[in-house]
Ligand binder design. Structure first.
Ligand SMILES: [Zn+2]
Length: 160
């Protein structure tokens, strides 16, 4: 490149080199040889505004996520609270029936009654299409798996 008399670069000022080895003095000329990309100030401003909009969207999504996470954590804490309540209530009801926590009948949970899938209940046989509550056919109402009450099948039907 030649130099001007004062030592600075000679005009035109090269701003880009292209694969064909040419040097162009304007952005438009360079862009034409580099693939037609010309970025103007208004393009830049439009992209900046678009970025600003995207930043707002990211902030909204982040807030929604934080809110959802907070609600999920609250719900999880409430579920644990209710599970504890259920365990405590079950232990209290077993205590009321004088059944130790490790002695309750697994079939009826210690209540002495259970729900059968038909109106036949513990008798079996042909029943209707209704869920029916009746005495538990494992503990026969005691609620204790180690101390079952007399079997209704033996007493009323003659079957063990
Ligand atoms: Zn039972």
């Amino acid at each position: 490149m030649s130099a001007s008399k004062d030592g600075g670069p000679a005009f035109p000022i090269p701003i880009a080199s292209t694969p064909d080895g040419c040097v162009y003095s304007t952005m438009e000329q360079s862009a034409g040889k580099l693939g037609g990309i010309v970025v103007t100030a208004s393009d830049f401003e439009a992209k900046a505004a678009e970025c600003e909009g995207l930043r707002d969207d990211v902030a909204k999504v982040t807030n929604l996520y934080a809110s959802a996470l907070g609600r999920a954590l609250s719900a999880e804490a409430r579920v644990k609270e209710l599970e504890k309540y259920r365990e405590d209530e079950h232990a209290r009801m077993l205590s009321w029936r004088d059944i130790e926590p490790d002695e309750f009948c697994e079939t009826c949970g210690g209540s002495g009654t259970r729900v059968y899938g038909s109106t036949a209940t513990w008798r079996g046989g042909i029943g209707g299409q209704a869920l029916t509550a009746d005495v538990c056919d494992k503990c026969w109402g005691s609620g204790n798996k180690h101390r079952a009450w007399p079997s209704m099948r033996v007493r009323l039907v003659g079957e063990g």
